[in-house]
Design a protein around this ligand. Structure first.
Ligand code: F42
Length: 148
C-alpha cells in the first residue's frame, strides 16, 4: 500500500535524478551507485515533521528477505534527516529493482547491529571508511516485511 502524502523530491540533484530514473524504468535502470556498480534500493519514508513522502536511495544490504538501512550519509558528522523519519514513522516501502514491498524499520543495537554492520560492510566496503571518519556511531536499521 503506497504511503499517503505529498511527494517532496530530495534537494540533492544526483539523488533526485537516481530516484526518478529508477522508478521510471520500473527498477531496471539507475539501480547502482555511480561507478561502483553496487546495487541500490529505494526506501520511501514519511517526513518526521512534515509528513511528506520522501524517497531515499540506499545501498542494497539484503539477507534472507530482510534489509539493512545504513544512515552513513558519507560519514558526515550528523545523521541524515531520514534517520528521524524512520524512527518516527517505521512503516516504509522498499523497492529492490522491480520488486516493491511494505516493510517496517527498527534501529538495531548491540550484537544484532554488529551482525548487520558486518553484512553492510561486506555489501559496501566504503561504510567502514565512513565510520572511521565520523565520530558518531553510524545507525543501522533493519527493514522487515510487514505481515500480510
Ligand atoms: N545515504 C546513506 O546514508 N546511506 C546509504 O547507503 C546511501 C546510499 C546511496 C546510494 C545512492 C544514492 O543516490 C544516494 C545514497 N545515499 C545514501 C544518500 C541518501 O539517499 C540521502 O540523500 C542522504 O542520506 C541524505 O539524506 P537526508 O534525508 O538528510 O536528505 C537530504 C538531502 C534531504 O533531501 N533532505 C530534505 C530536506 O529538506 O533537507 C528532507 C528532510 C526531511 O526528511 N525532513 C523531515 C521531514 O519531516 O520531512 C524532518 C526530519 C527531522 O530531522 O525531523
Amino acid at each position: 500500500m503506497p504511503l499517503d502524502g505529498e511527494y517532496e523530491p530530495s534537494k540533492q540533484k544526483w539523488v533526485r535524478d537516481q530516484v526518478t530514473e529508477y522508478e521510471a524504468s520500473g527498477g531496471t535502470r539507475a539501480t547502482t551507485l555511480m561507478d561502483t556498480g553496487l546495487p541500490v534500493v529505494i526506501v520511501t519514508n514519511l517526513g518526521a515533521r512534515s509528513g511528506k513522502v520522501r524517497k531515499t536511495p540506499l545501498m542494497r544490504v539484503e539477507h534472507e528477505g530482510r534489509y539493512a538501512a545504513v544512515a552513513s550519509q558519507g560519514g558526515a558528522p550528523t545523521h541524515p534527516a531520514w534517520y528521524e523519519n524512520l524512527r518516527t514513522h517505521p512503516r516504509v516501502e522498499l523497492q529492490d529493482g522491480p520488486n516493491k514491498q511494505d516493510m517496517t524499520a527498527r534501529e538495531l543495537s548491540g550484537e544484532e547491529r554488529q551482525q548487520w554492520w558486518e553484512r553492510s560492510v561486506a555489501a559496501f566496503p566504503n561504510y567502514a571508511d565512513y565510520q572511521k571518519k565520523s565520530e558518531r556511531e553510524i545507525p543501522v536499521f533493519l527493514l522487515e516485511p510487514l505481515e500480510a
